[in-house]
Design a binder for this molecule. Structure first.
Ligand code: UDP
Length: 327
């Protein structure tokens, strides 16, 4: 049975990953400083509270057992904040990741799965974004992730560390069993915000601009179910074991939905009116971000199970009702 260290396992994506790994028979240890995550989101395996900036804490974890792989989800994710406070993003998302990689190299752990992002590509030059798309990140958040991807190439060449970078488009939805969901503080993502309006926790949803060159003028994004994302990590790990070769994959459904389409789908799913108003555009939002995930499908055999927006919203809505009810 393989043992996996999940760094950032108390966060939104990491907590779903921990549950999936444990369900498939992996032995799992979560390492998380709880700066943005929740202890009660770690529903399986062992939990160690610690910071990635703490070399000694990391060494203790790596000495405690033999890990077959590390999955790294611990990063800050707000684009706007990264522009105002780049130091915070370079320190945590880049520098702390190097500390983690160094601890892995020292411990002889050679497989790394990295949460990367569509933000490494910058302004899209093609309708669908494939791995071959130029990489010109537009903000410190995207650059911090891009820098890790570059470092990983160097760590492979110098130390033989093998990695898979998974560039997420818009992670969304919740655990279909209702045990886990999205709990960002503050929440900035569209689907949870829209559903908080439906549950009465917010008065209305603000649309960031309706003058984009898209069919209805609002931004188009590729929403991918959290469980499908996590499945891709398991397949990536299998692939690294089978073939020790570093690589990267773009993960999305390949279908774009506009902000207005998301709001309409949420109205249908919840039966609530969901008042919306148009606000000024948010800085740094490209009009359209949609993935070409053909490589992940071909090389990993990845097949998203929850592709339709209705299912993604239904699972997120079940979670929001639970949270709103104080469960
Ligand atoms: N969005 C919006 N209102 C909000 C939050 C988001 O109109 O209150 C839009 C945002 O401009 C983007 C899409 O919804 O086009 C998805 O944004 P989110 O922050 O969920 O993810 P991102 O695409 O920034 O990773």
């Amino acid at each position: 049975m393989a043992t996996v260290l999940v760094v950032g396992g108390a966060g939104y994506i990491g907590s779903h990953m921990v549950k999936l790994l444990a369900g498939r028979g992996y032995s799992v240890v979560t390492f998380d400083d709880l700066s943005t995550g929740y202890r009660d989101a770690v529903v399986r395996g062992e939990f160690v509270q610690g910071s990635l900036a703490d070399h000694a804490a990391l060494d203790t974890v790596f000495r405690s057992r033999r890990f077959d792989a590390v999955m790294h989800f611990a990063s800050f994710i707000q684009v706007g904040e990264s522009v105002m406070e780049p130091a915070k993003y370079y320190a945590n998302n880049f520098s702390n990741t190097l500390t983690l990689l160094d601890a892995m190299v020292a411990a002889g752990v050679g497989r790394f799965i990295f949460s990367s992002t569509a933000a490494i590509f910058g302004e899209p030059e093609t309708e669908l974004i494939a791995e071959s798309h130029p990489q010109r990140p537009l903000n410190p958040y995207g650059r911090s992730k891009w820098m890790v991807e570059q470092a990983l190439g160097d760590y492979d060449r110098a130390y033989g560390l093998k990695s898979v970078c998974l560039r997420y488009f818009n992670a969304a939805g919740a655990d279909p069993e209702g045990e886990l969901g999205e709990r960002h503080q503050p929440e900035t993502h569209l689907i949870p915000l829209v559903l908080q309006v439906a549950s009465g926790r917010r008065p209305e949803i603000g649309i960031y601009g309706d003058g984009y060159p898209t069919p209805d003028g609002t931004c188009v994004r590729d929403y991918i179910h959290i469980v499908d994302l996590c499945e891709a990590h398991l397949l990536a790990l299998d692939a690294l074991v089978m073939e020790e070769r570093s690589r990267a994959y773009n993960l999305g459904n390949g279908a774009g939905f506009s902000v207005r389409q998301v709001i309409d789908a949420a109205r249908k799913a919840t039966g609530c009116p969901i008042p919306a108003k148009v606000n000024p555009p948010r800085a740094g939002d490209p009009a359209r971000l949609v993935a070409d995930s053909a490589r992940a499908r071909a090389e990993l055999g990845w097949r998203p199970r929850y592709e339709d927006l209705e299912t993604i919203i239904a699972h997120a809505w079940a979670w929001e009702r639970k949270v709103a009810a104080g469960a």
